[in-house]
Write a protein that binds this ligand. Structure first.
Ligand code: 13P
Ligand code: SF4
Length: 375
């Protein structure tokens, strides 16, 4: 097997620690204050009214605040993983989309629906993977390997997608890369090194990996997880593939946010250890109220917070921000037309593939489930 495992060290992302750290602190500083119940119900009522008046719909990711997830579901919007968010926004008839999530999700919606206006509660809500993959650095990386098919994760800027052949999300990355490998393609992958390594291991594809990481999933600790597993021997371990290899190796199910929710709802186990952003527990509890959900550890015994996996940028999404989108048209996402046109084809290619090959997707998803017996 011809595996290319060397990392493009010269294209590492040293700027992430500097930029990323500042941005993390800034993001936490911008987390909306929790509202008093009375104020909250007034704001929610007003948002519901305006969504109708302004022909708008709310699409939210599983990691945002539970009140926002509920609002999306109650108003005919959607709560989903990044693949389904993109699909829902594109297919919905509303003229205005409000995307509660992080910037790449809003940009993807705009790229797919230029005729719609797309808004976000806070335009500064970004992602460490996006921050760690500068478009100009990525262009140099690409230029050094012209013989490779360029596959980028959804968690990138429009300017990076504009340079890609394929966009993938964690729901479909395995199926798409597997297909590319069958076609004899060599792959240049960016930016998540953990997801890239996992896909490489599962498919045996020849992949050259950018060296990015998610600051939330990178924090899960294998040693602590092992101890937790010993305390809960019947618990099924669910891990998002943005996590480090040692954590993924302990999983019963490795999959996207929607795959993890499906595992909780459909699995016969009663206890689940969940290694992803803790915002997902809201939906899991709603859909499977009798299951016991345990957050996977992000720190050792001496730490004050043993499990604090929450994305600082997802946390920036608040009800006031949504109200601002509707009342003042604040937070509008704009993508320059030449960039949008270039980025469009890699996203459409992914949407076409997932629509035309549900069988391959299901098969790949099955591959994610390492211990079916526990399900
Ligand atoms: P999903 O596509 O699995 O929802 O993941 C998005 C993400 O940002 C995970 O950190
Ligand atoms: Fe990005 Fe990680 Fe936040 Fe997901 S959880 S949006 S990958 S920083």
């Amino acid at each position: 097997m011809n595996l290319t495992t060397s990392l493009p060290i010269s294209f590492d992302y040293p700027q992430q620690n500097a930029t990323g750290t500042t941005c993390i602190a800034q993001a936490w500083a911008k987390t909306p204050y929790p509202m008093a119940e009375k104020e909250k119900s007034v704001v929610i009522k007003r948002i519901k009214q305006l969504l109708i008046e302004k022909d708008a719909t709310l699409v939210a990711h599983y990691y945002v605040d539970g009140d926002i997830q509920d609002l999306a579901m109650e108003t005919g919007g959607y709560v989903a993983d990044s693949l389904e968010m993109a699909r829902f926004g594109k297919n919905h008839s509303a003229q205005n989309l409000i995307v509660a999530g992080v910037r790449f999700m809003g940009e993807t919606a705009k790229i797919l629906s230029p005729e719609k206006r797309v808004f976000m509660p806070d335009l500064d809500a970004t992602c460490s993977l996006d921050l760690g993959c500068d478009a100009a650095d990525f262009a140099s990386f690409r230029a050094a390997y012209p013989d490779r098919v360029v596959v980028v994760y959804a968690n990138t800027s429009a300017a990076v997608k504009a340079q890609a052949d394929w966009m993938v999300t964690s729901s479909c990355a395995l199926a798409i890369v597997h297909q590319l490998k069958l076609e004899g393609k060599k792959i240049l992958w960016a930016p998540d090194r953990h997801l890239g390594r996992y896909i490489q291991e599962q498919t045996g594809a020849d992949m050259l990996l950018w060296n990015g990481a998610c600051i939330v999933h990178d924090e899960f600790k294998a040693v602590e997880l092992q101890l937790l597993k010993a305390e809960h021997p019947h618990a099924m371990v669910l891990v998002h593939p943005e996590s480090p290899q040692a954590v993924v190796d302990l999983a019963d199910v490795v999959g996207s946010t929607s795959a993890m929710i499906k595992a909780v709802v459909e699995g016969s186990a009663t206890e689940f250890i969940v290694a992803t952003d803790n915002g997902i527990l809201h939906r899991m509890r709603q859909l499977a109220p009798h299951k016991i959900l345990i957050e996977a550890p992000t720190a050792g015994n001496s730490a004050t917070c043993k499990s604090c996996a929450h994305c600082p940028w997802m946390a920036m999404n608040g009800l006031q921000g949504i109200l601002g989108c509707l009342e003042n048209s604040s937070g509008e996402i704009l993508v320059p037309e030449p960039t949008r046109l270039k980025a469009l084809s890699c996203i459409e290619r992914m949407l076409d593939f997932t629509k035309n090959h549900p069988d391959l997707l299901a098969k790949a998803q099955h591959g994610f489930v390492k211990n079916i017996g526990a399900a």
